[in-house]
Design a protein around this ligand. Structure first.
Ligand SMILES: NC(=O)c1ccc[n+]([C@@H]2O[C@H](COP(=O)([O-])OP(=O)(O)OC[C@H]3O[C@@H](n4cnc5c(N)ncnc54)[C@H](OP(=O)(O)O)[C@@H]3O)[C@@H](O)[C@H]2O)c1
Length: 253
C-alpha cells in the first residue's frame, strides 16, 4: 500500500485507546491519514495524540454506551475536524453471561456498546455534510459471531447483530457511495484477551479450545489493523457488506 494512501483523509476511530483500535490509529497515521481518536479514557488518548503529533491527530472523550448523546457529540466533533473519509468502530465489551445470568439489563448493557453504538455512529456520520465521497465504515466484529460459545450469549449475539447490520447498511448506504464492512478477529493479544484469560479456569478451557482451531496462534493487534486499513483504502473500493474473518484459520474447522 502506498505510504500516503490516507493523505488528507479524516478517519474517526471509536475505541482508540487500546488494542485493535489503537493499533489501527497508529497505522492510519503511518499511512498519512488524520486520526480522530475516541473513547472514555481521554488521558490515554492524549498520550497517543502527543506521540502521533497534534497536526495529524485529535482526541475526544466519549462514552459510546450513552446512546442519546452520540448525535450531538459526533456533530460537534465533525464541525471541528471536517467531514469523514473513514469510520472504524472498535469499541467493545466482553461479559461472562451464562443463560441464567443473561437478564435483559445485562444483555442491554453489552448490546449498547457492541451493537447499538455502532448503528448510531453510522447513522450519524452518514448524514448530509458529515462525510466525503467514498466514506468507508469498518466495524470490529468477532469470529464468536459465527458459532456458539459457552457463557457468552451477550457478546456473541451482539457481534452477530453487527454482521447483519453491516449487510443492511451496506445495501442502504450504497446509493450514497458509502461502503460498510466488518472484520471478525479471533483471539488477539489485547487487554480484552488478557482479562478473559485471567478471569477463570473455565475461560482457560474455552481459550485452549479456540486456540486449537486457530492454526496461526494468537493474533497481534497489527494483524487485525492491517485488514481494517485495507478495507478503508481505495484498493477495497468494490467490497461492501462483508464480515471478513481475520482469524488464523479459526473459521475453517
Ligand atoms: N481481543 C480479542 O481477542 C478480540 C477478538 C475478537 C473481537 N475483538 C473485538 O475487538 C474490539 C477491540 O477490542 P480489543 O481486543 O482491542 O480490546 P481492548 O484493548 O480492551 O479495547 C477495547 C476498546 O473499546 C473501548 N470501549 C469500551 N467501552 C467503551 C465505551 N462505552 N465507550 C467508548 N469506548 C469504549 C475501550 O476504550 P475506553 O476503555 O478508553 O473507553 C478500548 O479502546 C472489540 O470490539 C472486541 O469485541 C477482540
Amino acid at each position: 500500500m502506498m505510504i500516503d494512501v490516507f493523505k488528507d483523509k479524516n478517519v474517526m476511530i471509536i475505541g482508540a485507546s487500546s488494542g485493535i483500535g489503537e493499533q489501527t490509529a497508529r497505522l492510519v497515521n503511518q499511512y498519512g491519514g488524520k486520526t480522530i481518536l475516541i473513547s472514555r479514557n481521554i488521558d490515554k488518548l492524549c498520550e497517543i495524540k502527543n506521540e502521533l503529533g497534534e497536526k495529524s491527530c485529535c482526541a475526544y472523550e466519549m462514552d459510546i454506551s450513552d446512546l442519546n448523546n452520540i448525535g450531538l457529540k459526533i456533530a460537534s466533533i465533525i464541525s471541528e475536524t471536517g467531514p469523514l473519509d473513514g469510520l472504524v468502530y472498535s469499541a467493545g465489551v466482553s461479559r461472562f453471561t451464562p443463560i441464567a445470568q443473561a437478564k435483559p439489563e445485562i444483555m442491554q448493557n453489552v448490546f449498547n456498546t457492541n451493537f447499538f453504538g455502532f448503528v448510531e455512529c453510522v447513522r450519524q456520520v452518514s448524514r448530509k455534510g458529515r462525510f466525503n465521497p467514498g466514506l468507508r465504515v469498518v466495524g470490529v466484529s468477532s469470529v464468536s459471531s459465527f458459532h456458539g460459545n459457552k457463557a457468552r450469549i451477550a457478546y456473541c449475539s451482539s457481534k452477530a447483530a453487527m454482521n447483519s447490520a453491516v449487510q443492511c447498511m451496506a445495501l442502504e448506504l450504497s446509493k450514497k457511495g458509502i461502503c460498510v464492512n466488518a472484520v471478525a478477529p479471533s483471539l488477539t493479544n489485547t487487554n480484552m484477551f488478557k482479562a478473559w484469560l485471567e478471569n477463570s479456569d473455565e475461560n482457560a478451557e474455552a481459550v485452549n479450545n479456540l486456540l486449537s482451531r486457530q492454526y496461526l496462534g494468537v493474533a497481534e493487534p497489527l494483524d487485525i489493523a492491517n485488514a481494517i486499513v485495507y478495507l478503508l483504502s481505495p484498493q477495497a473500493r468494490f467490497i461492501t457488506g462483508i464480515t471478513l474473518p481475520v482469524d488464523g484459520g479459526a473459521t475453517t474447522s
